[in-house]
Design a protein around this ligand. Structure first.
Ligand code: NCD
Length: 304
């Protein structure tokens, strides 16, 4: 059975096919309105979410399917002490496909070993977030017309941000990607990711401390929130949370066709004034998330 736990579970060809299918869903929505009739998606969210859970549910509804699930660990039997493995074993009797988010790294992988239905990792701790990565790839491809030969700046919490980790891995397989990491020292990408992606010397990245010094060179700027819930102490969070705030003056030296992405939720790191700039892609990106999840559900249920 096919599960999606890590973005690297998908080959480049599979990613291309999913993005092509998402483009087709966008162009021909009516064609897909009933393809999942009689099918059920369960969303098991042990950690808060707005976009990921609701876009999964909207995606299944727009395919004509049904949804069930829970949106916090408090409302599931995990409060009684049930293991993730048991919960998933049972839910896979009720649902054809399962999207699961969990604060512990590796929990969806563990679930996939026990499940009788395909499991989609909807975010595991600071680790991976493959469906956000598909959303990001679809957005970059639609905005830029390509997924290669791009200078991309990752800005903010590169240590705990799972969307960053997943997207870096996924992009490392395309030609001519120039990675620029913009973070304070404490929030640089984790050692394991450095090992996995950059240790063989084929790929390199630049590490800088300010947005200004690289802004004119960026094709894509991937802004992120400082991940408060993954910090060990509040004082460090407070000290680091407003390190980068993207506002209109900061964009003065940016390319006219820069694409600004953010997985959202935003806290302070992008001033609201930026939303009206055509270079702000993050709300289009959130919408793309629904379409790419429609493509993924169809693909994993072997409907398309
Ligand atoms: C992200 C996540 O949950 O990792 N949100 C999302 O899924 N769009 C980013 C975040 O929480 O900062």
């Amino acid at each position: 059975m096919k599960h999606l736990i890590d973005p690297m579970d998908l080959s480049l060809q599979e990613i291309d096919d999913l993005l092509d299918l998402a483009d087709d869903v966008i162009a021909n929505k009516e064609k897909y309105a009933k393809v999942c009739e009689g099918k059920k998606l369960a969303t098991l969210f042990f950690e808060p979410s707005t976009r990921t859970r609701l876009s999964f549910e909207a995606a299944m509804m727009e395919l004509g399917g049904n949804v069930l699930g829970f949106s916090s660990a408090d409302s599931s039997s995990s409060t009684k002490g049930e293991s993730v493995a048991d919960t998933v074993k049972v839910v896979s009797c009720y649902a054809d496909i399962i999207a699961m988010r969990h604060p512990k790294e590796g929990a969806p992988f563990l679930a996939s070993l026990k499940s009788d239905s395909p499991i989609i990792n909807a975010g595991d701790g600071g680790h991976n977030h493959p469906t956000q990565t598909l959303t990001d790839l679809l957005t970059i491809r639609r905005e830029k017309g390509r997924l290669d030969h791009i200078t991309i700046g990752f800005c903010g919490d590169l240590k705990f941000g799972r969307t960053v980790h997943s997207l870096i891995k996924a992009l490392s397989r395309y030609e001519g990607i120039r990675f620029v990491m913009i973070s304070p020292e404490e929030l640089e990408i984790p050692e394991y990711l450095r090992e996995e992606v950059f240790s063989d010397g084929k790929l390199t990245y630049e590490q800088v401390r300010t947005l200004d010094e690289v802004m004119p060179e960026l094709d894509v700027l991937y802004m992120t929130r400082v991940q408060r819930e993954r910090f060990f102490n509040e004082a460090d969070y407070v000290r680091l949370k407003d390190t980068y705030i993207l506002d209109m003056p900061k964009l003065k030296n940016a390319k006219p066709d820069l694409s600004i992405l953010h997985p959202l939720p935003r806290v302070n790191e992008i001033a609201v004034e930026v939303d009206d700039d055509p270079r702000a892609c993050y709300f289009r990106q959130a919408l793309n998330g629904k379409y790419v999840r429609m493509a993924l559900i169809m693909n994993m249920l072997e409907i398309a």
